[in-house]
Design a protein around this ligand. Structure first.
Ligand SMILES: Cc1ncc(COP(=O)(O)O)c(C=O)c1O
Length: 387
């Protein structure tokens, strides 16, 4: 049989991570010690309280049915978390919809709001799932640049009037992947005004909202005046609570939009395993205790890597949070070749900036997913690069 993939399949990018891993393995076979800083998969274990709870809940004979949607316990915990930690009121009945991790939510959301040919504003560079969702809906991306001059937040003034008029959805991510810029209330307020003016739905991806190094942490988009009139925030338990394999996340915000998403979701799946939802509720209710260690650990890693690279003449995007360092290397070589040379000569695995968009040329994304000693060693090894 001749298997012919759909035309749509050609729009999805082959994952760079597999290719980098294969190349790293080849170098390892030649005796190179690998320090993998490519994938943003949390390396800290979930808090013991969460592991015990998951184990206990999984023993219950009644825990294995379809859950269909978020259980009451989960939605109420999301609401309490937003009130306590983000200072935002969220109605657990009408303003929360659960997803099977935020990737699932992000990839499906454009289907709920966009028709084929509609414009979605996203950033360049951006996390790759946004593009996948835009393609699935048959919509078209318009890339708002993230550049150094604007502090790596999407430049609203760079969006032409005719594009803004046609846009249906705007996807933002602060602190982001790959660029960990921090949002301000002034900036989010500008986004709300912009969205109201052009009737655009805003989706803010807050996957790294618990990753910050000083102060009170990145604010919620929903804190900006009028934000609930125009949009939604998606947040995940994967990074903040090291629950990446226990797939659970949620979208909060505008009740009408949440209702549309609930209808879409009811056609896609039958809900998340109940022990995962219950563990997620426990995590959210104990967020302050659980995430303290995460912040301390990632702040130390961040400063070690940033300062180390800066001493080598690398330019790192200023950041007060996130899980990554977005770094411009001081060599005249394109980022894909640079990354392969770095693996070959030093064993340090980083992701080429262009994997996230053309504006990433000259940059690499480095995930802070190894301990301090290994990050220090990575810097020492990168010092030896000869290009
Ligand atoms: C910005 C951002 N959003 C969403 C996700 C998806 O995370 P999950 O599906 O585990 O919630 C990631 C994962 O790397 C990410 O970096």
């Amino acid at each position: 049989m001749k298997v012919v993939p759909s035309k749509k399949m050609s729009l999805f990018q082959p994952a760079i991570f597999g290719q980098l891993k294969d190349y790293a393995k080849q170098q390892q076979a030649k005796g190179m010690k690998i320090i993998d800083l490519s994938l943003g998969s949390p390396d800290l274990p979930p808090h013991e309280m969460l592991r015990n709870h998951m184990a206990e809940k999984s023993k219950e004979a009644t825990a294995y049915g379809y859950t269909l949607t978020g259980i009451k316990e989960f939605n109420e915990a999301v609401s309490r978390y937003y009130k306590r930690v983000k200072h935002v009121d969220v109605d657990p009945n009408t303003e929360v919809v659960q997803t099977m991790g935020s990737q699932e939510g992000l990839v499906h959301l454009p289907i709920a709001f966009c028709d084929p040919g509609d414009i979605v504003l996203t950033t360049n560079p951006a996390y790759v799932a946004y593009e996948a969702g835009i393609h699935l809906a048959g919509a078209k991306s318009y890339y708002v640049p993230l550049n150094k001059e604007r502090g790596f937040v999407p430049d609203l003034e760079a969006i032409p009037e005719d594009i803004a008029e046609k846009a249906k959805l705007f996807i933002l991510n602060l602190p982001g992947n790959p660029v960990p810029a921090t949002p301000s209330i002034e900036y989010f307020t500008e986004v709300v005004e912009f969205a109201k003016k052009y009737n655009i739905i805003v989706l803010h991806d807050a996957a790294y909202s618990e990753f910050y190094f000083t102060g009170d942490g990145p604010i919620s988009f929903l804190l900006a005046p009028g934000a609930k009139e125009v949009g939604l925030e998606i947040n995940s338990l994967s990074k903040s609570f090291s629950l990446a394999g226990a797939r659970v996340a949620y979208i909060v915000g505008n009740a009408e939009m949440v209702q549309i998403l609930k209808e879409l979701k009811s056609n896609l799946d039958y809900g998340v395993f109940e022990p995962i939802q219950s563990t997620a509720a426990l995590a959210l209710d104990n967020a302050e205790i659980i995430t303290e260690n995460l912040r301390k650990t990632f702040a130390e890693r961040h400063y070690i890597l940033m300062e180390g690279l800066q001493k080598l003449g690398w330019e790192c995007a200023p950041s007060n949070g996130g899980m990554f360092v977005w770094a411009k290397y001081p060599f005249d070589i394109d980022c894909v070749n640079f990354v392969y040379k770095a693996i070959e000569q030093t064993g340090v695995v980083m992701v080429p900036g262009t994997s996230f968009g053309s504006e990433g040329e000259g940059y690499v994304r480095i995930a802070l997913v190894q301990d301090k000693a290994l990050l220090q060693e990575a810097v020492e090894r990168l010092k030896t690069l000869t290009i």
